[in-house]
Design a binder for this molecule. Structure first.
Ligand code: SAM
Length: 218
């Protein structure tokens, strides 16, 4: 176990995700490849491959549980030629997983120190198809749209309108919506001028802070 057992633990995590109902082999394989422990501070690394644990990454933020990353990635139905937008780069782990599924990944983080750390980690892994920008992600990234999939990894009181308008036809927006304490994970698919919504499960994300999210002080 030259890597401290992380490779073994990662394969155990993937098996646990599979047993828990994740069926998309591309998602399972991406999560089997990306070294999640490298996106986490040293003191928390022992728990990096627990599939239902979210971990503190500093600045009051967390890296989402592997189970939630898997559910969101699977629900976005990403194809290899897709362009994907992520709101809430955080540690960069979800963006790294998406980099294995999509052609291009654009990720927005509002906290500069997190964005810098995430980009460093992504670069050190030799991942070249992820761009990270510091701004309010509730506004989307209009210059790079439309997107085949948009994943929002922080919870807001409503679906940010700019994200709906930056969705490509048949594109999917995966977004937690609801009160600060608990949200519902929604999948919204664009079909022409219509948006068809389904609800996946209850989730608990850190707040989406921005023009179409919560006020910073709330
Ligand atoms: N996807 C991340 C990962 O893999 O580590 C986890 C994201 S963490 C649960 C949510 C992140 O969303 C935090 O880093 C937070 O700063 C960020 N965030 C909150 N509101 C935002 C906004 N309006 N625009 C961009 N990022 C935002």
């Amino acid at each position: 176990m030259r890597d401290g057992g992380f490779t073994y633990r990662r394969s155990q995590m993937v098996e646990s995700l599979r047993r828990g109902g994740i069926r998309d082999e591309k998602v399972l394989s991406a999560m089997g490849e990306i070294p999640r422990h490298l996106f986490i501070g040293e003191s928390w690394r022992a728990r990096a491959y627990d599939d239902d644990v979210s971990i503190n990454i500093g600045s009051g933020q967390t890296i989402s549980q592997p189970r939630v990353v898997a559910v969101m990635s699977q629900s976005a139905r990403i194809e290899p030629d897709h362009k994907v937008l992520e709101i809430g780069t955080g540690s960069g782990y979800q963006a790294a997983v998406l980099s294995r599924l999509a052609r291009f990944v654009f990720s927005i983080e509002r906290i500069a120190v997190l964005a810098r750390g995430a980009k460093r980690c992504i670069d050190e892994l030799g991942i070249e198809n992820v761009s990270v920008k510091v701004m309010d992600g509730t506004m989307g990234w209009r210059a790079q749209g439309p997107f085949d999939a948009i994943l929002v990894t922080a919870g807001g009181p409503e679906v940010p309108q700019p994200l709906l308008s930056q969705l490509a036809d048949h594109g999917r927006l995966v977004v937690p919506v609801g009160p600060r304490e608990q949200q519902v994970l929604k999948v919204i698919q664009r079909r022409g001028s219509r948006f068809v919504e389904s609800q996946l499960q209850d989730v608990c994300f850190v707040p989406l802070v921005g023009r179409y999210g919560w006020e910073p002080s709330q």
